[in-house]
Structure formats: structure tokens, C-alpha cells
Design a protein around this ligand. Sequence first.
Ligand code: FAD
Length: 530
Amino acid sequence: MAALWNQEWREQAWESLRQTWDVLIIGGGITGAGILREATRLGLRALLVEADDFASGTSSRSSKLVHGGFRYLRNAQVKLTLQAVRERERLLKEGRGLVTPLGFLLACYRSDRLPVAVFGAGLIVYDLLALKWGHRYYDAYDLRELCPHLEAEGLCGGYRYFDAQTDDARLVLRLLRESAGDGGVALNYARVEQLLRDRRGQVRGVLLRDAAQPGDGDTAEALATVVINATGAWADELRSQVGEAPRLRKLRGSHLIFPLNRLPLTRAVSFQHPLDGRPVFAFPWEGVSLLGTTDVDHRDSLETDPAISAGEVEYLLTAVQRLFPGLALSLEDVQATFAGLRAVVGTGKADPSKESREHVIWEESGLLTVTGGKLTTFRLMAHDALRRIRRRLPGRSAFDTRQRVLAAPPAEELLHADIPSSDRLRLLGRYGADAPDLLRISVPDDLEHIGSTPYLWGELRWAARAEAVQHLDDLLLRRLRLGLTLPRGGMDFVERIREIVQAELGWNQERWKTEVDGYARLWRERYYLP
Ligand code: FAD
């Protein structure tokens, strides 16, 4: 089991950096976390460093689907779809409580660019790839029985099929905690400022800065047999340090979040956007409804968090108003928003959605860059990366690709608390081996849900105590998703949050005020309407 990731742990981890690691991974999103997980399983001495918070990049801003990507079939990306549906099936089995099945309704209208029959054929292929027959045709009447708010005018029928969804940031955390349990080290707020190269120009390490300290934090050098660049949309920045020209096109995808009572959904609804025919989804997630996504070139600086633009808000709102006219949704109903950046290899296609989503691996001056791909396929990306560097690693250990990627959770009997079975399952899925300890440190009031969310107050206490929280947004946006699932970013609960967090993190009044102000500003500027 991993140690508590508290201040003492952080100091020790920082001290341990100055050595030669087998593998040093830059970037604490799903790609880096997946590689750390598989590298530690191989017995390699592996370090992961993240400039900001774990999963603070794209890996907390995805559509949260663990899916084959039915729409990628349209672009004839069959291999990617095949791999992804197989990974979905694996994650559903291993990640119960974290990865959950999600039914989809695909609604087709007479005005759509693609006829309903095309989807029927696509879904046959989709189910065949998964070796799981799940789709079914419904006529317009039956479709509206399943989803009464659907626009009736022009509806010609559609399909039901199955995929899965997750909490993306928690999936990253679970992989990191399980890697740490196997001897890996993962450190957030540790920014790589510079790549270190040997006399032959090969990358052999990094210069790190402690970004948790105010101002110019301490620096440390860490050396490694192999340095892996898993920085997603930021990957070109490190590549430029070894003289490589940029190759990535950064595409922004944004979502709107509505309270479930304003956009009541029991399953996902997928449809073609009335303006450009792009597939758009509305789906229930963690007690709210999400609507996404857009796919536009991101030309802003990568220094600041991406945010939804006014044009994207309008585009998404148009879609949901046309699909569910009876709900009369307006800007006032939007509870929160979020935007993420996708790194794709730029080939100059006019339509960004036509660029390939497959991952790429480049080896340049000893630096291995792994980027692109999907949340769903992180395990395969990790295997591909480790295969590429195997000849450079000690032992050259072969890996068994059949092994579980998520550890078997502890027995439910170890959860000593009187909570419903749905909460037990969720805790086991989200916290894995940590779930019994989370309940052990909970006081009776901690077993209540936070407002309308599925989260327990005890999760907040646990995350503050054990999950490397440095700032309030780590806690409210990623360890728990309160900033997305509660109105006003969760600020209505700020007093009770303070009672738990101040004590757990030892923040004085001044620090607390700075954190609350910082969080409120971030939420307003990056997680709400422009
Ligand atoms: P990131 O998560 O961005 O991680 C890179 C990390 O590197 C960041 O945390 C960053 O802070 C860090 N970093 C950068 N520079 C440095 C440095 N100098 N030192 C240290 N660290 C550094 N996939 C699915 O399977 N299902 C979906 O539903 C889905 N939906 C998506 C929706 C959108 C809108 C987008 C954009 C993508 C979606 N994807 C989905 C794809 C998936 O989310 C991404 O492929 C994945 O999250 C990328 O993970 P990553 O680890 O490569 O990058």
C-alpha cells in the first residue's frame, strides 16, 4: 500500500530525486500514470514528475468516456476502435465502481447529414469488435419513450448501444497510488525546467523546480537511463529543447455542465450537430449532465489553463436547445464548464475532427515522446512506450500483457462503516486499497454526502490528508469533482470544507484566504461562462 502523501512524504520524495532512475517520466496525466504503472510492475526504478497537479492537464478535462470511439469508425480508424473497445471491456471488469457502463441513445433526424442506416452498419462493426452484442434499433416513438425530452419533429429513429464512463482524474490517481504501492515515485508540483544532456547530446536527466513553494522554489537534478516526455499538448515544448521542430496541433474541446434537474438524463444521447453534422453527446455524470464537445484549434498560450470561448458556448447551447426544445435551456442553466487540449499530429486537415487520434511515439536525442491517443487506451500506450526503450533498460524484462492494470480491490468486509452498497462500490473503485483507511479515519458526519453529489465528506478528509494536495483547486476540482458538480463551484459549502481542510493541511487563516480567493478566481475564469 502507498504511504500517505502528506508534507513529510513530499520532503522525503524531493530528497530522493537526486539519483539515477531507470525511467523518468515527465507529465502526470493518464499517459504518464499508465507508463509509471507498467514500469513499476516490471520492477524498474521509476519516477514521475508533474509540473502542476496530477491530472491537471487534459486528463481531468476529457469527456470521461471509456469507449471504443464509435465515431472514429467514421474516419476508418478501425484499429484504434478495436483496441479501445477491448480496453473498455478490461477496465469495466477491473475498475468496478470507477469505470461504469453507460447506455447511449443515438438519435437520428431527417435533416442529418448521415442516414440512420449508416449508424446501424457501424454499430454492427462496433459490437463485433467488442465481441459483445448490445445495440438495438428503436423507431421514433420508442426512442421518445426512452428519452421523453427529445425533439419529436423530424426524428426518424435511432439506436441504443453501450459504452462506459469514469472519473478521469480519479483514474489517474488510482494508477499513481498503485504504482507508489509497488515502489514508484510520483511527485506533483515538480516542473521540468530543463532537459540535461550528456556529451553526445543524449538526454540523460532533468532539472526540476519545486513549484509548490511560493516564488522561485528549490531545484534538483534527477538523472535517468531513459527520460520519457508524456506532457500531452505541451510535448513540443520539451522537444524544442533537443532542437526538434513542433509537430503537434492543439485542439480544444469544451463542455457545458447542467444540473440534472434541468437536463434530466438517465443515459447518454448522441446526435449530429444541426450546424455541421459533428457528433455531440449529452450524458449524466456524477449527478450532473455534461454536454460536449467542441473541436477547435487552440491558439492561446499554453501557460494558462484553457477555457471555453463564447463561440463554443453558443455552438453547444444551440445543439442542446434544438435536441431538447421543451426544456428551454438557456445560459442561466449552465452550472459550470471545462475545456481540455488534445494533442494530435498536425497534417493540416481543414476539419480538425478529421486528424487522427492515434498515439505517436518519437525517439529524439534519447528523449522518448509519447502523446496523443485516448484516456481509454493508456495501458496500450504504456506498453508501446516501454517496448521502444526495452533495449536501453536493465534486465530487459518482458511484460505479461494479460496482467491486471488496476489492482484487485480489497474485500468489501474490510470497509467498516454503515454505508449503502453503492457508496461502498464507489469507494472501492475510486480509492482501491486506500478505501478501508479512508473509512477508518472518517468521523460519523463524514459518512454524509456533500450536498447533491455522490461524494462523502470523508473523501474530502482523506484526500486532504493522503493525496498530495497543495492547493484548494487540487481538492475541489480533481480529488473530488465538487467544482464541476455543485453550483457556484461548491462555494456554498466553503465553511464546512474549511473545517476539514484547515485542520488536515495545517493552513493558517491567511493561507486559507489566499487559497479560497485563488480557487474562486480560477473557477470563475476557467470553469464557468466566459
Ligand atoms: P495530459 O493529461 O495533458 O498530461 C500532461 C501533463 O504534463 C500535464 O498535467 C502537464 O501539467 C504536464 N507537464 C507539461 N509540461 C511539463 C513540464 N515541463 N514538467 C512536468 N510536467 C509537465 N479520451 C477518452 O478515452 N475518452 C474520452 O471521453 C475523451 N474525451 C476527450 C475530450 C476532450 C475535450 C479531449 C481534449 C480529449 C479527450 N480524450 C478522451 C483524450 C484524452 O483525454 C487524452 O488523450 C489524455 O487525457 C491525454 O493525457 P496525457 O497524459 O497525454 O496529457
